[in-house]
Write a protein that binds this ligand. Structure first.
Ligand code: DAH
Length: 351
């Protein structure tokens, strides 16, 4: 190859290259052109590689032309690159425009479950009466769930509550057996052991029993425990407190009645019924007799006060425990408490 043909080649390559750059219709094609002419095995590069075969003067001249060709193509490619990039951005902006006049999609709002609403409502009533909220573990020791509540190992009341055991050491109950608490009453013990009187607490939470689900039972349910311990607390204080609660919760139309009952941890004890909202006391599938049992209550048994280190000569107290599901059924006339846990949105959304 000689000097002249090399330079002619270069001019031809330049022409072809310029046309190719001009014709590239996107960035990919443009890059292919760059590789074809300026890449390691490109056409201009190929000419540059032959320079070694030329004499000094020729090499200088041809080298100069080759460099000019390379620079020309490089700058052509650079400006074409800019042009194509601008065009691509413009096209994207045109096709991806957001129509800001479209109405937005309404987000789906959740809300508190009916049971949670009721727990808050009940708790708030007692907060209004000066009570503090307390909590305890759902997985509880036998000691707090039974024994400290005056329910010793051989006590017949234990058989009334079918207990879920997490850990049971033997057939005989032991203090450190681990249970799912069968009621919220163990919170009473935990609170009294951690502070001196006066105590005014309200303790909402879950409780568990091995009950077969039916319109008025589910193996997991909610209770709200109340406890007041102070100087000179009487049964009259208990009754007045429950009447005030009933007024605020159910309204003035509903009646309550206290029936003598037995609980190991209270003496005397009572069950408290509220007149049924569905049948107004006539008797129906939900209530049976016209009355719904919503509360267990009584005066804290002196044995319990002694167990937590209080002096029953100095202080006395009352306690109560209520079933949240039952109370909510009463308020809304819900005939089957299993509905609370079926997650049927047609039900859930009504409240
Ligand atoms: N713990 C009892 C139950 O689950 C309810 C109860 C009764 C709680 C009397 C009390 C109480 O605090 O004084 O059936």
């Amino acid at each position: 190859m000689n000097n002249v043909s090399s330079q002619a080649d270069l001019q031809r390559i330049l022409k072809e290259g310029e046309t190719a750059v001009l014709q590239a219709s996107n960035l990919k094609e443009l890059d292919d052109v760059r590789v074809e002419y300026l890449g390691k095995k490109g056409k201009v590069t190929a000419v540059l590689k032959t320079l070694g075969q030329l004499s000094g003067e020729e090499r200088k001249e041809t080298g100069k032309v080759a460099n000019e060709v390379r620079q020309k193509l490089e700058s052509d490619i650079a400006s074409k690159h800019e042009e194509l990039t601008r065009a691509e951005v413009a096209e994207r902006l045109a096709t991806e425009t957001i129509d800001i006049t479209l109405p937005g999609r309404e987000p789906v709002y959740g809300h508190r479950h009916l049971i949670s609403q009721a727990i808050k409502q009940i708790t708030d009533i007692f907060i209004g009466l000066g009570y503090k909220v307390a909590e305890g573990p759902e997985i509880e020791l036998d000691y707090y769930n039974f024994k400290a509540l005056n329910t010793p190992a051989d006590h017949p009341a234990r058989t009334l509550q079918d207990t879920f055991y997490i850990k049971k050491h033997s057939v005989q109950p032991a203090d450190d057996d681990i249970v799912l608490r069968t009621h919220t009453s163990p919170v009473q013990i935990r609170v009294m052991k951690s502070q001196q009187p006066p105590v005014y607490i309200i303790a909402p939470g879950r409780a568990f029993r091995r009950d077969v689900a039916d319109p008025s039972h589910t193996p997991m349910f909610h209770q709200i425990e109340g406890l007041a311990v102070d100087k000179h607390i009487t049964f009259g204080d208990l009754k007045g407190t429950l009447e005030e609660f009933t007024r605020q919760m159910f309204g003035k139309d509903r009646k309550i009645r206290l029936r003598p009952h037995f609980f190991p941890f209270t003496e005397p004890s009572a069950e408290v019924d509220v007149s049924c909202g569905i049948c107004s006391g006539m008797g129906c599938r939900l209530c049976g007799s016209g009355w719904l049992e919503v509360l267990g209550a009584g005066m804290v048994d002196p044995n319990v006060l002694i167990e937590v280190g209080y002096n029953p000569e100095e202080v006395s107290g009352f306690a109560f425990g209520m079933g949240v599901e039952r109370i909510v059924s009463l308020m809304y006339g819900i005939p089957d408490i299993r509905m609370f846990y079926e997650n049927d949105m047609r039900f859930v959304k009504q409240f």
